[in-house]
Design a protein around this ligand. Sequence first.
Ligand code: ATP
Length: 140
Amino acid sequence: MKQNYAIIGLGRFGGSICQTLVDSGQEVLAIDNNEERANEYMNVATHVVVGNAQDEMTLRSLGIRNFDQVIVAIGEDIQASILVTLMVKEMGVPSILAKAQNEYHARVLEKIGADRVVHPERDMGARIAHQMVSSNILDY
Ligand code: ATP
């Protein structure tokens, strides 16, 4: 089913989500406050905007509330990640996925209403370890 996605933050995580969604035929609005980062996705995302997602007017003018899914892929600036997640939630977006930098950050994101919180390094580490253990069992 075709849905429209907004990705806030085009680091390795947000960028990879953007590329994969577009490759799967989805509509993607990508937002980053770093012009160089945004430019890298001009030919990838459906629409690219250079802007500060912490600015409520920017989010409103982009019509963020009309998106099916919003991905908050800001990691390092924890304050920005929390504020943006909160604003997007208050705007009524039905599904929000947010990237957490650490356990405390993850707990706050869950409390303020992120529908899914991911911690890419931790989650990938756990997945690889599970795969190693299950392939050992199969080898045995
Ligand atoms: P990753 O781990 O995904 O590679 P990163 O370490 O490069 O990310 P992060 O701090 O997690 O960097 O930020 C991800 C992206 O979010 C960056 O491209 C950054 O420019 C963007 N970003 C950070 N704050 C904002 C903001 N307030 N509005 C829009 N984009 C932002």
